[in-house]
Design a protein around this ligand. Structure first.
Ligand code: COA
Length: 435
């Protein structure tokens, strides 16, 4: 049968489509800029009428209103999140929902084993002439989860860019189709202040011509990119990217020509940015969107020579233990791909990993470099994995250093107003003066 006939037979309005979700189902939502908002909103709107009970919602980065997290929705939905954003943070920290710690590269395997998916709500591009839709801005866990799900409901959106790589699903593999031309959620440009610029400059000094980069999200990765204008032949192998890579590609700085692995391609799992980024990636053969169990697998990352990863952290103690996801018992975000890339960079010939963050938080009243992690907090990156720590005050190289040397390195890059307190801990522990 021609795929167009199949397509038409599967079309339903969003409010009809979500009737296929049953009480007790585990429903996986595509995330970040790929979240199928029309379907998610319809699911919440119809919850009373359909009478869902105990539907488990699994997601990572929520960009929508996340109305299923509201207290009045608890009788219908229970959130089990692998990463937190603003809405899920309140839900999980008030114990209405749950958080599952997970390395990003292992999420697809969870959806095939421990957390089998009943229904996947996804968003894709319009089909091409052969009936294939692209996962567009978010391939990551979404493609493997859709392959593993018992039922796939897709929001087909003409605004979703058609990205290339291993990121297609055929109309035959979708069970229900809802059409929507809602704009793809955008992430505005970050505000880069003096502190971020100083951190960006320090990080850029660790990046060489021909390196392949993984950059996280936010002001610091964006600041790093602004200092790379004079580099040559940089490559990208990154869980996610944002608008900054477009500037550097157009300037001829990112060429991916020096990459020994996937040369000529930016290998990416998901993207979040403005429409400019989404137009850039549309039908662009330089962009290779791949599932996250490929992009983030440390052994795949490690096949790139000179891989440099740049991520951020909430707190680092004087041994170099890094918490990037919690403030005490309060879960703030998640593990994401941080450890995947730190371990991947360690496997890469010439690889380096950088954790970069402002030395202080809360209007400079709190040091992020601390004698001990806050009680109740967790270690995201272990002291054995950590490599470089960078703040606006400098660069601390920790890998291969003794505990004593690490503490000295870290105090050097802490904010000066906290030196005295940190030095006191150093002297108590190592029985020598810190000068
Ligand atoms: N103590 C108290 N508050 C702290 C704090 C600390 N040690 N560190 C940060 N905060 C507060 C900040 O003051 C800020 O609050 P405000 O907005 O009220 O001022 C808030 O927490 C967010 O801090 P910020 O530094 O702006 O966070 P960020 O948006 O740069 O994100 C991480 C930093 C670490 C949370 C984020 O990078 C993350 O989730 N990392 C883990 C996942 C990852 O690395 N993935 C790989 C790449 S996508």
């Amino acid at each position: 049968m021609d795929w167009r006939t199949v397509y038409n037979a599967k079309r339903k309005p969003a409010k009809e489509a979500v009737k296929a979700i049953k009480s007790g189902d585990r429903v996986l939502l595509a995330h970040a800029a790929g979240e199928p908002l029309a379907l998610v909103d319809a699911m919440v709107e119809m919850a009373d009428e359909i009478g869902y009970e105990d539907v488990e919602i699994v997601q990572m980065v929520a960009m929508g209103h996340s109305l299923y997290t509201k207290p009045e929705m608890r009788k219908h939905f229970r959130l089990n999140s692998l990463f937190l954003g603003a809405a899920s943070r309140e839900c999980i920290n008030s114990a209405r929902g749950d958080f599952t710690p997970c390395f990003f590269y292992q999420a697809p395997e969870l959806f095939r084993t421990t957390l089998p998916v009943d229904v996947a709500l996804i968003q894709v591009s319009v089909p091409d002439k052969n009936g294939f839709c692209s996962f567009g801005v978010s391939c990551d866990y979404t493609k493997p989860a859709a392959e593993a799900a018992k039922l796939v409901i897709a929001q087909v959106n003409p605004n979703m860019p058609r990205t290339l790589g291993e990121c297609f699903i055929h109309i035959n593999d979708i069970d229900i189709i809802t059409e929507s031309d809602a704009p793809i959620p955008e992430l505005g440009l970050s505000k880069i202040g003096d502190v971020e610029m100083a951190i960006g400059k320090n990080c850029a000094s660790l990046i060489n011509d021909g390196d392949t980069l993984q950059l996280g999200i936010g002001a610091i990765p964006d600041a790093v990119l602004t200092f790379l204008g004079d580099k040559k032949d940089l490559g990208i192998h990154s869980e996610m990217v944002s608008d900054g890579v477009v500037d550097l590609y157009e300037k001829g700085v990112i060429t991916c020509k020096a990459k020994n692995f996937n040369p000529g391609k930016m290998v990416i799992a998901f993207l979040m940015g403005t429409r400019r980024l989404y137009d850039f990636i549309n039908d662009n053969p330089v962009i290779s969107m791949m599932p996250v169990d490929y992009v983030n697998h440390p052994m795949i990352i490690g096949q790139n020579d000179n891989l440099v990863s740049v991520n951020s952290a909430v707190q680092v103690d004087l041994q170099g233990q890094v918490c990037s996801e919690a403030m005490g018992l309060k879960q703030f975000s998640g593990i994401g791909g941080q450890v995947d890339f730190i371990r991947g960079a360690a496997l890469s010939k010439g690889g380096r990993s950088i954790l970069a963050f402002p030395a202080t938080a809360k209007g400079k009243t709190v040091s992020k470099i601390v004698p001990f992690l806050t009680e109740g907090s967790c270690v995201t990156t272990s002291r054995t994995d950590v490599d470089y720590v960078v703040t606006e005050f400098g660069i601390a190289k920790l890998k291969g250093k003794t505990l004593r040397e690490r503490a000295r390195e870290l105090i050097k890059v802490a904010a000066p107003q906290f030196w005295e307190e940190l030095a006191k801990t150093f002297e108590e522990r190592f029985h020598e003066a810190y000068e």
